[in-house]
Design a protein around this ligand. Structure first.
Ligand SMILES: [Zn+2]
Length: 138
């Protein structure tokens, strides 16, 4: 089944179902497709616009959701930068020294490879990986 939007010369627009586009063509040639409003056979197939509006709505929603997540990550990053010490590439060493030496320290942040991260986790050291978003982007 295929649905066509049909426009009549009277200006009305209506939808009609056909078995196939060739069925539509043959009915159309025989002038058997008639306007449901004025019974005229001067109807034209109009361009199909399948849910264009709802599709673009969805994209907009997705974009704004991504923006929100990013905004939150930027806030999170700002919070960490303000409250934690940046240890850069020494992250796993620093994390271990805090864990084993029971140093009272404020939180740290830095870079660690996925291997380092999983090693730390295996040793029972609590680490969290967060996506480090670029603040300069919008
Ligand atoms: Zn009509």
């Amino acid at each position: 089944m295929i649905k066509y939007n049909l426009t009549c010369k009277c200006g009305e627009m209506f939808e009609s179902w056909f078995l196939s586009s060739s069925e539509f063509d043959s009915l159309y040639k025989k002038k058997l497709i008639k306007c449901i409003y004025c019974d005229s056979s001067s109807v034209k197939k109009s361009i199909m616009t399948p849910n264009l509006s709802s599709k673009s709505n969805k994209i907009t929603k997705k974009n704004s959701l991504e923006k929100n997540v990013k905004k939150q990550l930027i806030e999170f990053r700002k919070y960490i930068e303000k409250n934690c010490k940046n240890v850069g590439d020494n992250f796993s060493r620093e994390a271990r020294s805090i864990h084993y030496d029971k140093k009272t320290s404020k939180g740290i942040y830095g870079r660690a490879t996925p291997e380092e991260t999983s090693e730390l986790l295996e040793e029972g050291i609590e680490v969290t990986t967060i996506p480090w978003v670029d603040k300069s982007e919008n």
